[in-house]
Write a protein that binds this ligand. Structure first.
Ligand SMILES: *Cc1c(COP(=O)(O)O)cnc(C)c1O
Length: 379
């Protein structure tokens, strides 16, 4: 099956009992065991739920993995992946990863004795130099948020394998429509399914996928032990979202490309960060490892132009955090999503105060460009 067919028919696409083509929501916390001490397929809702299992089979299939796991949020999925490791273990992490992941690392995981070194994962030498004999994993995002920097997953996984350590990729921005890290050599993929996979800004969820039986066993154990599982209703909602990932991504990406072309020609714009920008450092790698450039882009206005006034003047594009939904969203990372990062570190990482991030939705392209045009005319 090809990708878009898998989205619809992959995993467990039909209810065995009834033939229902939409897997029912099995809202049951426990399951009748007909034999005492037997090995029932379903016993308790945290350990396993048929609706969640259908979602987990689906994400495993579309990420080219063997085992999928659904969590209450992307952060919970990332926490479970890090929980595979133990006090004293060292992990190399990208410097441009999701702010909440930094918070998890610095305020939670370090208290439990995990150690981290932050590097620029677009620079393979920085990764090589950071690896010590205590290193167990490299953790990265590509493209990153909000600067859309691209790291070479295959090259990083190769370095990791040569040191017998794991590669973990947060694939939220690319989505499996554009990029399959496991195929490129990664060991674990994590997702904030709250974004493109759900796709409608109506569910908070996380997913993890692997093709390594030992990691799968570990994640299943942690999912059940920590217990931050996705409920059956949200599992159903997320499966419904995933079915249209292909059709949504096509329009998301067409619109993003059109907006990129418009901004690129506009003299009020200073810099545009977009994996499809042929002048960007990651363009060749993006072309090689992604089938499309995604629908996130960030840009800076020319010095002196008022970014606040620009975002507040937009009428169709909503000023809001989050991304990946059908509606276009705009935000200023320095004030919103990345405000928890100390300013000096943020600036050092290239996130200027006036950087604007756009999650391009699936509205009509002309309306989005018209909206940006009128907002630019106000500044
Ligand atoms: C949103 C996001 C997360 C966190 O996911 P939640 O579902 O909000 O917990 C992790 N990584 C990336 C890249 C994200 O955008």
């Amino acid at each position: 099956m090809k990708f878009n067919t898998k989205l619809i028919h992959g995993g467990i696409s039909e209810d065995k009992e009834t033939g229902a083509v939409s897997i029912p929501v099995y809202r049951s916390s426990t399951f009748h065991q007909h034999v005492l001490g037997g090995e029932p397929k379903w016993e308790y809702g945290r350990t396993g739920n048929p609706t969640r299992a259908a979602l987990e089979a689906l994400i495993a299939e579309i990420e080219d993995g063997t085992d999928g796991f659904a969590f209450a949020s992307g952060s919970a999925a990332i926490h479970a992946a890090f929980s595979l490791f133990s006090a004293g273990d060292h992990i190399v992490v990208g410097n441009d990863i999701y702010g909440g992941t930094f918070r998890l690392i610095n305020k939670v995981l370090k208290r439990f004795g995990l150690e981290f070194t932050v590097v620029d994962t677009t620079n393979l030498d920085e990764i090589r130099h950071a690896i010590t004999d205590k290193t167990v994993a490299v953790y990265l995002e590509t493209p990153t948020n909000p600067l859309l920097r691209v790291s070479d997953i295959a090259a990083i996984a190769k370095i990791a394998k040569s040191h017998d350590i794991k590669t973990i990729v947060d694939n939220t921005f690319a989505t499996p429509y554009n990029q399959n890290p496991l195929t490129l050599g990664a060991d674990i993929v994590v997702h904030s399914a709250t974004k493109y996979l759900g796709g409608h800004s109506d569910v908070v969820a996380g997913l993890a996928v692997t093709n390594d039986p030992k990691i799968a066993e570990g994640l299943a154990f942690l999912q059940n032990s920590i217990g931050s599982v996705l409920g059956p209703d949200d599992s159903w909602l997320l499966m419904r979202g995933i079915k249209t990932l292909g059709v949504r991504m096509r329009v998301h990406q067409e619109n993003a490309k059109a907006i990129y072309d418009f901004l690129d020609k506009n003299d009020k714009i200073a810099n545009i960060y977009y994996p499809g920008n042929p002048n960007s450092a990651g363009f060749e790698i993006a072309k090689k490892q992604m089938s499309g450039f995604g629908a996130m882009l960030s840009f800076e206005l020319q010095p002196g132009l008022d970014a606040k006034k620009f975002v507040e003047s937009l009428q169709i594009i909503d000023l809001a955090e989050s991304l990946g939904g059908i509606e276009s969203l705009v935000e200023i990372p320095a004030v919103m999503t990345h405000s928890s990062i100390p300013r000096d570190i943020r600036i050092k990482n290239g996130i200027k105060d006036e950087l604007i991030r756009l999650s391009v939705g699936v509205e009509d392209e002309e309306d989005l460009i018209e909206d940006i045009k009128q907002a630019l005319s106000k500044i």
